[in-house]
Design a binder for this molecule. Structure first.
Ligand code: ADP
Ligand code: MG
Length: 455
């Protein structure tokens, strides 16, 4: 399978916070920081802003993500924290491109906003092809910072993990952390603009006829307003024009868009409604579904509790408004596909959902992507979500089966309100090694299996 991947890849740097050490570093900015803690700016344009955000998060035990707006601060963060961080591929697209490559796609072409040596070192070696420099040739075991010069423009999400129970003094106050959580300082101006690399665009156009699919994410990083006064609309449209052009040149191209957490319900809703019928399918989690439901003034109760019937009703209502397409909702407990057309037979769709669930569970437990056979072997020993099974069963009980309905312990298929519904429970890893990117793993594995079954 040959697959184009847009748009967001970055570097995630995970740093384990030592409170006293942070307080010591913050000492020379103490007055400014205490002023900022009283009136948190919500973004970072100076070093005191950073400490104000970090200390506020730690004191309350809440998670937060603040954008770094200043290149000098980004340099300061790199100089102070990069070397002590665990570095890995970040960005939904970067993660999904690696899943496709590791699971056996023959060629995966990612859009990389900042193709620095460090960024490139996180890509899978199996099938990733970068239009610019040809096959990736960097060796090294995936991103040891010390082996690469850090690039001025490196796109880094600095994740500051702090532990429950940590105690330290800052000025006169004792900060005591009530809950483990993370404060994220993100320097990523290019992906926030949905940057499209020229070489990627050119390669995609020249080779579009050979491509089987396109896997797209990164819309959730759009901002309502940019410093130059522009809005997200033009950036979104530039991407939609690209997808339209691909579809015109290759009407067999299968396109899946994976959602993420948007900064506003309105933008999430706008993007969702501008994608169908251009793209074939959209992947979302329950939080993202609740945002869409909220904007459409639909009942949101039950969605966050992962009530399958509530999720199903909402998804069908959204599909009725947005036009023909398929929404695939993954929750911790089950995966549900709601489609206006059958792009594959029901048994095949169920097979793709199981494949995605199995890959994600194996990845969660082992922390790495492996050969497909090994992943599936690991997955077979991971139990299915009990709650997920009950929820799937509820749908089966509520909707008459009809002639071609399928009802099994781990798979159901129904027709409901003119839509085709498939659902399977997840397999849950009790003690996951990896927690980030599990949804991306589910969606990209399902996508790859769909392409294979369509061929
Ligand atoms: N412990 C776990 N074991 C297996 N799968 C999990 C586990 N926790 C979460 N998942 C899967 O990962 C998905 C997370 O998706 P999402 O919230 O979109 O994360 P991300 O966008 O970070 O990839 C869940 O819907 C669930 O299917
Ligand atoms: Mg997700």
């Amino acid at each position: 399978m040959k697959i184009l991947c847009g748009y967001n890849a970055n570097i995630d740097a995970i740093y384990k916070v030592d409170g006293s050490q942070m307080a010591e570093m913050a000492e020379s900015y103490r007055e400014e920081i205490s002023e900022k803690i009283k009136d948190p700016p919500g973004f970072i344009s100076s070093i005191p802003d950073f400490f104000a955000g970090l200390f506020t998060s730690m004191e309350k035990g809440t998670g937060a993500e603040w954008m770094v707006r200043d290149k000098e601060v980004s340099r300061w963060l790199r100089n102070n924290f990069l070397e002590g961080s665990l570095l890995r591929m970040g960005g939904n697209m970067g993660i999904m491109a690696n899943v496709l490559s590791e699971l056996g796609a023959s060629r995966v072409i990612p859009n990389v906003a900042n193709p620095s040596e460090l960024q490139m070192s996180f890509f899978s070696r199996k099938a990733i092809f970068i239009p610019d420099g040809g096959e990736i040739q960097i060796d090294g075991s995936g991103g040891a910072f010390s082996t690469f010069e850090s690039d001025e423009n490196e796109l880094i999400h600095f994740v500051f993990d702090f532990k429950k129970g940590e105690k330290f003094r800052f000025i006169e106050n004792i900060i005591s952390v009530p809950r483990e959580n993370r404060f994220i300082a993100t320097y990523d101006p290019l992906n926030f603009e949905l940057h499209i690399d020229e070489q990627f665009s050119r390669y995609a156009l020249e080779h579009i006829g050979e491509m089987d699919g396109a896997l797209i994410s990164g819309y959730h990083l759009l901002r309502e307003r940019y410093p130059d006064g522009s809005s997200y609309v033009e950036k979104l449209n530039r991407s939609l024009d690209q997808l339209k052009e691909w579809k015109v040149l290759n009407n067999k191209l299968y396109i899946h868009v994976e959602f993420g957490h948007f900064s506003s319900d309105k933008m999430a809703y706008d993007v969702f409604n501008s994608l169908f019928p251009l793209v074939d399918s959209i992947g979302i989690n329950e939080d993202e579904l609740a945002m869409l439901a909220h904007m459409s003034e639909l009942d949101t109760s039950g969605i966050l509790e992962m009530d399958a019937e509530a999720i199903l009703e909402t998804a069908v209502s959204l599909c009725e408004v947005s036009g023909p397409g398929r929404v695939q909702i993954h929750t911790r407990e089950f995966v549900l596909s709601v489609a206006s057309d059958m792009h594959l037979g029901a048994e095949h769709i169920l097979e793709t959902l199981h494949f995605g669930v199995n890959c994600a569970a194996a990845f969660a437990c082992s922390g790495k992507l492996d050969e497909r056979e090994n992943l599936l072997k690991i997955a077979s020993s991971i139990g299915r979500s009990k709650y997920g099974k009950e929820q799937v069963q509820n749908i089966a009980d509520q909707i008459p089966s009809g002639d071609d309905g399928i009802t099994r312990e781990d798979s159901i298929f129904r027709k409901y309100r003119e839509h085709f519904i498939c659902a399977v429970p997840t397999r849950l890893c009790g003690d996951p090694v990896a927690t980030v990117g599990l949804g991306d793993t589910i969606s990209s594995a399902i996508f790859l299996r769909e392409l294979e079954l369509r061929a």
